[in-house]
Design a protein around this ligand. Sequence first.
Ligand code: ZN
Ligand code: ZN
Ligand code: FE
Length: 752
Amino acid sequence: MVERRVIEVTGVVQGIGFRPFVHRLARSCQLSGYVRNNGRGVVIEVQGEGASLDGFEDRLFRDLPPGGRIDRSDRRPLPPEPAQNEFIIRESESRDRTIVSLAPDRSVCSDCLSELNDPSDRRYQYPFINCTACGPRYTIAMALPYDRPLTTMAEFDMCDSCRAEYSDPSDRRYHAQPIACPACGPRASLVLTDELLASMEIPSPKEIFGPDAIRRSAALLLDGRILAVKGIGGFHLAVDAFNEGAVVRLRELKRRPRKPLAVMAGSLRVARQIVMLDSSTERLLLSPQAPIVLAPKRKGEAVPPLLAPGLGDLGVMLPYSPLHHLLFQQGLALLVMTSGNPPSEPITTDNREAREMLGADAVLSHNRDIHVANDDSVVRTSSLGPLLVRRSRGYVPEAIPVPHLPERPVLALGAELKSTVATLDGGQLVVGRHLGDLDNVRAEEAFAAEVARMLAFARLEPEVVAVDLHPDMASSQYGRERFSGTPIHPVQHHHAHMVAVMVEHGLPVNRMATGIILDGFGLGTDGAVWGGEVLRGGYSRVERVAHLRYVPLPGGDRAAVEPYRMATSYLWDAGFDEGSSDAFDSAVAQVAATQRVSPPTSSAGRLFDGVAALLGVAPRRMDFEGEAAARLEALADEEVTDGYPLPLDGEVLDTRGLIRAVMADSAAGPVRAARFINGLADGLVAAAMREETDVVVLGGGCLVNRLLLMRLVFRLRGSGKEVYFPTRLPSGDGGISAGQAACAACALDEEA
Ligand code: ZN
Ligand code: ZN
Ligand code: FE
């Protein structure tokens, strides 16, 4: 009995070889029909025996190519067409308004890796091997549709062998846009600086190409040199992680005395020797996303101390481009791989800039251009599962399905630190790449380019543009200028944090929740600097029901980088004075008493800074955001279960109670650090428990602190609350744009 069916599929189905996969599958099930892209995804018409059709549908889901994701499939019967007897791939209808997600960049797949290492393969040791399941995507796409002439591969003419593979639907490189081989594709090159050449005993050419470039690169690294290495989304600066002198030189070059440096381990075995990994994080390391995983360092000698001084975690990743694999095959075990950028500018993607600006001894690069930068993504391990800290390469621009939100086209511009841009349309939320902090001209240029690209890719004309409530933020100012004819919807920072979590977990639009939002700073509706807030409400509006007691932010922004200022402020606020602690600074106390230069803050981030300084683990001046808090977390003894009091008086969580307890406690630092974190969490939980909502949402950058997050989650669950916290979007400001977009869409829908 012959039947015919049409199946419509939406999700991540472009740039992953979905149509060839359907083609092969249909043929193996002996079905006729066709597959093509349409405006919403992919349409498949299949005809054959009923049982074969069912088998085909099962395998469609089960055997989906790596990186693909089906969000929705609809099917209906059609009358059979007896004349049809083959299965074909039809051309796309590019006129359709596409909302098909472009696939993110993928780490090299296992099939390509075995070819890379097979001496009989024509791509043996070819650093740009890829297929429909792997390789660059987002970073080489100049426009949509994702097609070779619109990528940075356009300038390479395919050789006959590559073209044959590219055109053969049964080949695993069918329509692999970056397809290449040694005969026709990009090639690697190593450029040595004149200083390096002058210092060498044996004369060497300045520029070396092909396999020699990789061999020489490895030799230079083993010799303690600093190399700039071109990756998928930008350059890394690399040194041998076990060479102390090289790491010191790299830190001097980057002007980063203590900022943690991520490492790339040659294999999972090496990674296991330096950090503690569980099965879920090992899977992540090996996944097509191949993020940096922040995991606890192993005790002992294995980890060079200079990599992440004073911190409990180390960031580790595995080789993800074929070039990385070839480099590690030359006798390297562990490389520092930190993003290559001129100080406080975005990551470098340009070959010339890499040679002139990064200060490396040599540059290992190639002639496949990176059209758009994409930083390494960062995931932190926890007993609650992996937590995404920075969502970029490998994840962007994968859409988050949001069928529960009103269908209003929205652009959201994020905040100022760890900036991201988001678009919302047609049931899809797309959060863009990590743009870094918008505190320099280059970053602001990248921000404007990203807005243009996101709008073009989503073919979006926003009905409203969502920005942070803070009018002076670069993103808010840009929104008002660039979209002067479009309504602007300001969203309070911590409301956006809360809604980002609600969106991620698909909470319905009418759901009321209590939010515990803990971060560094965001402008509050009363003009104060918020950051330790308990909110109640939902997508379109919230009210504040409790907050950490306001203390002065002595000298404004400087207090965010000099923890002793906050220590002084909290001591002063709690009635302590000169001599009460080494961290007390009388000049700062005077500044704190001057309201004009010391705005009030309820920031949890600043509370962590202050207490870290009281416990003697904070640096005088922080080298990176969150340094003091990370040191406090590393100090804390996980076995300690009791906490300091944090009295709740009306709306105010009185931090003076915490500070007095910290000062009165004669226990050791690790005990006091743990008691502080526990007490803070318990106080916030008590405030949230006054609310009648079933749901409690946790958000804000302070949640990267595992001890704090775990204490909050366990206490709230133990009290019968349904608890949600960020996992797939960053808890910090990288998630803000997602929350803003959903807020604005819901507010707009309510007005109508
Ligand atoms: Zn592959
Ligand atoms: Zn070729
Ligand atoms: Fe924030």
